[in-house]
Design a protein around this ligand. Structure first.
Ligand code: AMP
Ligand code: GLY
Length: 432
């Protein structure tokens, strides 16, 4: 018998648990490793105590253990050149090289590529000098969007409602270095109105296959109130993205970017995630690109993929991607994030988690995000603790299943949103 395929998943959040869980479903039964993983990935993979950002240590492990494939979850190691370092050792990696990961690592670079490729996006100007940026506010109407150029863990965007807020955001970034080097250049951007959606596209350097649409919930409280988070839940498909829009997204957004990068000598392989703003008139604009699977979108999208998953990832590396490699199940999916008390501000760690077995019985998957094992108990170790996914013949049954699981979880002080997929339901009501 052939040895099982060895796959290393880099990262330790809900997204990486969902990736490992989906890889484990392939009939070839791969041998999975997760660096660093969490208390949930242990069920399907061997956890390796190496940080997702420690590229030399990851490379050492990979040189010794020779995984057949490495799948990278988070953006930081991709932007730092993990794929380049692995490829130089003859290791196969699913995820873009450092130059391609700039689509997420530098908003200025992404704008430049979009503009050159004719991809619809908000008008933006870039500054490294605060006084010049403040003066340029005159040419923008309110609200105006101020963005740090570099990676700022999702916190580098301010939607300023007043001139004072805009000036304060500019000074925070350019004078007080609130985001360090990531904020040493800022973009002033026109505010776009509409409803957001996420499209994750598999890309092999030339071809692209869109995975099913999804929608994240960035604000911490019900009704989209409160501060932004890493994402409090997601669902798929997102009806704001109609079937008619999908070819447009592929032909006018994803492929032009891939071609423009190629023209610059950059081959994009991996997931290209387009964060879209869809206007009331159906106009589609790009808010941002990410160089990886979204979190928590992945926890709703991957459970919807049928058939084998590994061949699609390998085809991205080999340049042989085609539509037939991705099968989408008809069920809808919803995922609800259970977060620690205080998140997205400061929160406690080490709180015991109860009810996991019951939640797993009622929902389709309980992905661990910020958990670890302490003695024989699972305890919290992050702000987003779990993300619970339900599948259903329609979105309502998927959402009900996810919440049936969530309601079994007991973690002191934890909170979650009760209205995941509300925009889809409001749309149904307006239509019907
Ligand atoms: P980004 O990291 O660029 O996706 O921005 C984070 C969030 O800020 C997005 O998910 C949107 O909610 C919001 N945002 C970013 N750019 C704009 C824009 N031009 N107009 C309106 N909202 C925006
Ligand atoms: N859910 C947003 C992101 O992954 O960036």
């Amino acid at each position: 018998m052939l040895d099982a395929m060895k796959i290393l998943v880099v990262g330790g959040g809900g997204r990486e648990h969902a990736i490992a869980w989906r890889l484990a479903k392939d009939s070839c039964k791969p041998e999975l490793f997760c660096a660093p993983g969490n208390a949930g990935t242990e069920a399907v993979a061997t956890n390796i105590p190496v940080s997702a950002e420690d590229i030399p240590a990851l490379l050492n492990w990979a040189k010794e253990n020779r995984p057949d494939l490495t799948v990278v979850g988070p953006e930081a190691p991709l932007c730092a050149g993990l794929a380049d370092a692995f490829a130089a050792e003859g290791l196969r990696v699913f995820g873009p090289c450092k130059a391609a990961a700039q689509m997420e690592g530098s908003k200025e670079f992404a704008k430049e590529v979009m503009n050159a490729a004719g991809v619809p996006t908000a008008k933006a100007l870039v500054f490294s000098d605060a006084d010049a940026a403040v003066a340029a506010l005159d040419s923008f109407s309110l609200p105006v969007v101020i963005k740090a150029d570099g990676l700022a863990a999702g916190k580098g965007v301010v939607i300023a409602q007043t001139r004072e807020e805009a000036e304060a955001a500019i000074r925070d970034m350019l004078v007080d270095a609130k985001f360090g080097k990531a904020g040493s250049r800022v973009l002033l951007e026109t505010f776009l109105d509409g409803e957001e959606a996420s499209i994750l596209a598999l890309v092999d350097g030339e071809h692209a296959v869109l995975l099913p649409s999804s929608q994240d919930h960035k604000r911490v409280y019900d009704g989209d109130l409160g501060p932004n988070t890493g994402g409090m839940g997601a669902y798929s498909p997102a009806p704001v993205v109609t079937d008619a829009m999908l070819p447009e997204i592929k032909e006018k957004i994803i492929l032009p970017v891939v071609r423009e990068l190629r023209r610059r000598g950059i081959v994009y392989k991996g997931v290209l995630y387009a964060g879209l703003m869809i206007g009331k008139d159906g106009a589609i604009n790009v808010l941002e690109f990410n160089c990886r699977f979204g979190d928590p979108e992945t926890e709703a999208v991957l459970p919807r993929l049928g058939g084998a998953f590994i061949p699609a990832l390998e085809a991205c590396i080999d340049g042989t991607l085609e539509d037939s490699l991705v099968t989408v199940r008809p069920e809808a999916a919803a995922t609800v994030v259970v977060a620690a008390g205080g998140y997205p501000g400061s929160y406690a760690k080490g709180t015991p988690i109860e009810g996991l077995a019951d939640a797993e019985r009622l929902a389709d998957a309980v992905f661990h995000a910020g958990t670890k094992r302490k003695d024989n108990h699972v305890v919290t170790s992050g702000g987003r603790i779990l993300t619970v996914t339900g599948l259903g013949t329609n979105l309502r049954t998927a959402v009900a299943k996810a919440y049936a699981g969530v309601e079994k979880i007991q973690i002191e002080g934890a909170h979650y949103r009760h209205d995941i997929a509300h925009r889809a339901f409001e749309r149904e009501q307006t239509a019907g």
